[in-house]
Design a protein around this ligand. Sequence first.
Ligand code: EPZ
Length: 423
Amino acid sequence: MKNRLPDSGAKYMIVGGRRLYGELQVMSAKNSILPLIACSVMTEGEVFLTRCEMTSDAVNMADIVRSLGGKCSFRDGGIYIDCRDLSSCRVGSELTGRLRSSVFILGPLLARAGSAEICYPGGCDIGPRPIDLHISGLRALGAQISENGDKVSARGALHGARIELPMPSVGATENIMMAASRAEGVTVVCGAAAEPEITDLQNFINACGGKVRGAGTRRLEIEGVKRLHGATFAPSGDRIAAGTYMTACAICGGEVTVTGANPAHLASVTGILRRAGAEVTELTNGATVRSDGSPRAPGRIETAPYPGFPTDLQSPLTALAALSRGTTYIIENLFENRFRHIPQLRKMGADITVCGRAATVRGRRLNGSDVEAEDLRGGAALVLAALGADGTSTVCGLSHIDRGYYDLGGKLSSLGADIRRLP
Ligand code: EPZ
């Protein structure tokens, strides 16, 4: 899938070698907010999602809702969505091409309006990202779906079904859950994803009057209801942003407390940072990381569906491995093309060899260089590597980073990093 986000040409200028000290609060998880905005299309009342930042993915999702005739605004530190009046059930390629999560609108729109037409989604280029499981799931619920050129058209009344997912796709689980919550009868999804974002979606639907059970396990049971009303909802804190800041501290040295996230959601990254020599103290709402700034290789890191180590933190951890003493083996099991940051890390002097889905990272000192972000988490990895490198780096391609981190540079700067955003 192509990234169809305009790039402003902005870049970060980063001088490496500063220790990080202080406290940061992460906001609601980007990957929770996106399906929740889409799900709000099915509600007959006002929705307020608390603690939401204007990442470009959230802004683009809001634009999609507005294009359908809904109201969506960022105020009071969150997002208000009101979809009582919708005037369209079509989303064109200019909007869907901006983000992968545009596909989330398909299930809710179909459930609400009985028909929906969207163009194929865009998003980070991290390998093939088919939507076949979304489509087969909606078909099992009774939708008639045709794919024509770059358009997916769906229509029909939805009914409950038993759906077996061949892999625990987060997005397909969410699309099916949303559509089934307004279908006639009961749907059982086996092989579902169990990420915290799925639990957020279940809790949101139930807060709106829906009946969903089983989130956090591989089996979901969704009893369709006729109406969903509005609600105020607090999504869980962004575990991937929290893991990124924790990794930054492990690289740079210092002491950073990250709050706003559930420590249970951070367990896999906490384990790896401890293996890298950082001291991590779990708090009720986050974690404190202390590091002497000379990490050792954490050994083998393998990405897996939750509660395994998240693919979204693989790239930031690759930056840590590149700067550690010793050799780290990284296996990326989720996405084929999630090593795009590695050629850029090599420009900084990293010693990394890639063979298929495995990367062997022999840690060493890195030198500042001019590098380019090519996807969201890979971009964050380059920023982290630059913070730990000797000398000055520039990181361009910030439109990728802005998808999922709101003011990454400002936040790192508040901890003492020497990072400036140049227009
Ligand atoms: C979600 O993407 C996240 N995005 C991703 O975060 C995350 O990397 C990914 O889950 C895995 O945890 C959001 O939640 C918005 P999947 P999603 O469907 O739903 C295959 C970030 O950096 N698959 O669980 O698109 C697919 O190719 C982003 O914040 C199919 O084959 O991921 C992949 O190999 C990037 N057919 C695997 O399943 C389908 O129809 C897992 O993908 C769907 C997926």
